[in-house]
Design a protein. Structure first.
Length: 351
């Protein structure tokens, strides 16, 4: 079912309303019997209109490149929580009763079955969201998450890559890892061998991943959850380079839902391009991220399976705020939505 801003995907199994890209997933029986509250639908439409999935995809892209940085998982959680605050704020500002909306969130989230990369109503986050409701959300604070994420990531990479004879050492990398409670484990132990601690799967000068036999590794490396023993990530490695990464998604009960696959590549100009797809939607999107203007801007583009441009926008570095036009296209090339941003703030709604 298509609407002006999103495609409604009606599922036979029970599922809490949630969104990803311009898709909103709903339980078919509840939708057709009009048992899904309008405020809940508005909440998901706001996620779609504010392009929240782009932020999540951007973090997933960074996780593939900066796989060794455990804070990337915390950043993703913080950004998704911030998305929920923004959507709640927009619903309340549209005229909904705060108390009624809070009761509705508790009722809906109690039966939550959600997917990892979607925007959904999650029971574990409901208490935080209720506390935030009714408070004025500062635009400065909204941007602060990205302002914190990107510079800190770069700083950590630099610190982790530093040679001990060039920089004063106050704490070792091993001490940092040892201080963190283990949440995952891997079935193959690989070591990085290269000129710096920054591994990039597409940079021939960045080094390779070495297997237990002391040679560049070829095979799979699987990551499992300590708590559930479920496989949450599968990496395909060829001659020491990661050629494909699968993220396995589970609902709140631990049941497998679907997998997202990211395949990195380079275009003819040497820019990083990643193909993204999952086995639930069956569609694939090709994501392109290009650094320009001395790394001060990143151009983000995606294409529909038919090759037609799906969206394009720019993000500033540091800060991660959108800059300039952000445009969403349908599969025929028609503009669905277009907005103009300055330093991460929406200044004009063109369509």
């Amino acid at each position: 079912t298509k609407t002006d801003h999103a495609t409604l995907v009606l599922l036979d199994e029970p599922i809490v309303p949630q969104s990803f890209l311009d898709y909103i997933f709903l339980e078919k029986q509840r939708f057709e019997s009009e048992k899904i509250e309008p405020e809940i639908l508005d909440h998901e439409f706001i996620h779609v209109r504010q392009l929240h999935s782009f932020d999540v995809l951007f973090i997933e892209f960074l996780k593939v490149i900066f796989w060794f940085n455990p804070l990337m998982y915390l950043y993703k959680h913080a950004i998704q929580l911030n998305h929920e605050f923004l959507a709640d704020d927009a619903v309340v500002r549209s005229g909904s009763s705060v108390s009624n909306y809070q009761e509705m969130l508790i009722r809906v989230s109690a039966g939550n079955t959600s997917l990892n990369n979607t925007s959904s109503i999650n029971f574990s986050l409901t208490k935080k969201r209720i506390k935030m409701m009714g408070k004025k959300i500062s635009k400065v604070k909204v941007g602060a998450v990205w302002l914190f994420v990107l510079p800190l990531s770069v700083a950590l990479i630099i610190v982790f890559s530093a040679q001990t004879d060039e920089y004063p050492k106050t704490i070792s990398m091993q001490e940092i890892w040892d201080s963190m409670p283990p949440t995952t484990y891997q079935d193959v132990e690989l070591e990085y061998d290269g000129p710096s601690g920054l591994y990039h799967p597409l940079d021939e000068h960045s080094g390779v991943l070495i297997g237990p036999n002391g040679k560049p590794y070829t095979g799979e490396r699987n990551t499992y959850s300590v708590d559930t023993e479920s496989m949450i990530q599968k990496e395909t490695v060829v001659n020491g380079k990661i050629t494909q990464t699968e993220f396995h998604m589970y609902d709140s009960t631990g049941a497998y839902q679907y997998k997202s696959v990211v395949i990195p590549s380079l275009d003819e100009d040497g820019n990083t391009v990643s193909t993204f797809y999952n086995d639930r939607l069956s569609d694939s999107l090709t994501l392109s991220m290009k650094k320009i203007n001395t790394d001060s801007l990143i151009i983000n583009k995606a294409w529909h399976p038919n090759g037609q441009l799906a969206w394009e926008f720019q993000m500033k570095i540091p800060g991660g705020g959108r800059q300039g036009l952000a445009t969403v296209y349908d599969e025929n090339g028609a503009i669905i939505e277009q907005e103009r941003y300055e330093d991460g703030e929406l200044v004009e709604k063109i369509k």
